[in-house]
Design a protein around this ligand. Structure first.
Ligand code: PHE
Length: 338
């Protein structure tokens, strides 16, 4: 039996040396060490042996198994290295590497950053306010009477509590004046919500950037100067811009600003990008009342405010004809900004 085991070991070890692929390797492992292998069968026959013989044969069988395992392990490493080298050598190594997919900054974020960078150079600092607002901050304090159409349930998303999704970022004007000191120059980016019909230029949630400048004395010339400088800086000196008289309850006089949208293959058209005006004295007076002091009383200060639609600005910058492209998350559209 001992002779037999030694012969088997020799045969198995030389068979292992012949192996040359991972596939033949798995079969060989079964064949040499599996339940039906010669070695396993011999282990089964041990029960017929005397105690003395059992000891000797058992030890030899164990040792043989171990050397077969070792030979298999070494062979496995060897085959793997060969197969890896084969793989490397068959590919065309001059092909460019496949780059991992990376994310990109969304166009609205790009334009928001640029706009804020630009306003920062004009001295504006960041201010924030909540998206869920009270009627007071969104309308009353902004001189918007109870019967104003913007307050209608048809136009505004109300909660059962009476609170609402802010319809504009102008509420941040009040919240900031309530706690800050003069002079005040703030910019406030954020979402605003309206129950608009969705079409190529309207969404029911959109992105605004609010601005407010309050000091002892400031007028229309400063308003126009700041906004022109801002838009030229953002879109270039040849930007076509127009100030159109308008009405907002919280500014007087008020304007809407239009910029020419140029989409290749389409006719140029003016699109409205911002509202602005001199802060209405009634707004200052409601802030004075809220604070219980005269810091922001219309007797002591004047100011101008503006609110722009970042989605619209992105449309101007990249000639985007349909605002919905900005929110549908179509990778083919977004990839252009990567
Ligand atoms: N809040 C106005 C809007 O959403 C824009 C605006 C802001 C107008 C500040 C004047 C001053 O349409």
């Amino acid at each position: 039996m001992i002779e037999l085991i030694k012969t088997i070991e020799e045969q198995v070890i030389s068979a292992i040396a012949e192996l040359d692929s991972l596939r033949s390797f798995e079969e060989a492992r079964q064949k040499f060490l599996g339940k039906k292998s010669q070695l396993s069968q011999l282990s089964g026959k041990m029960r017929d042996l005397s105690i003395e013989e059992k000891k000797e044969v058992g030890a030899l069988l164990n040792q043989t198994r171990r050397s077969v395992e070792l030979a298999l392990d070494q062979k496995y490493q060897e085959i793997q290295t060969i197969e890896d080298t084969k793989l490397i050598n068959t590919g065309d190594r001059t092909l460019p590497a496949r780059l991992p997919r990376t994310g990109a900054v969304h166009p609205i974020s790009i334009i928001r950053r640029r706009a804020m960078e630009s306003l920062k150079t004009l001295g504006f600092v960041m201010a924030e306010g909540p998206e869920i607002e009270t009627e007071f901050y969104c309308f009353d304090a902004l001189n918007t009477p109870a019967d104003h159409p913007a307050r209608n349930e048809k136009d505004t998303f109300y909660f059962d509590s009476g609170e609402l999704l802010r319809t504009h970022t102008s509420s941040v004007q009040i919240r900031t004046m309530q706690k800050e000191t003069l002079p005040l120059r703030i910019m406030s980016p954020g979402s605003a919500y309206r129950r608009d019909e969705i079409d190529a230029t309207h969404l029911c949630v959109f992105n605004q950037l609010e601005g407010l400048y309050v000091t002892e004395s400031v007028g229309l010339a400063e308003l126009k100067g700041v906004l022109e400088a801002f838009f030229m800086n953002l879109f270039g000196d040849d930007t076509e811009l127009r100030f159109r008289p308008h009405f907002f309850p919280f500014t007087e006089p008020s304007f809407e600003i239009d910029i020419k949208l140029k989409v290749s293959g389409k006719e140029d058209k003016w699109i409205e990008v911002a509202g602005c005006g001199l802060v209405d004295p009634a707004v200052f007076d409601s802030v004075a009342q809220l604070r219980g002091d005269e810091t922001f009383s219309s007797k002591n200060v004047s100011g101008f405010a503006f609110g722009m639609g970042l989605d619209r600005l992105a449309m101007i910058e990249w000639g985007i004809a349909d605002i919905r492209d900005l929110i549908t998350g179509d990778v083919r559209f977004l990839q252009q900004f990567a």
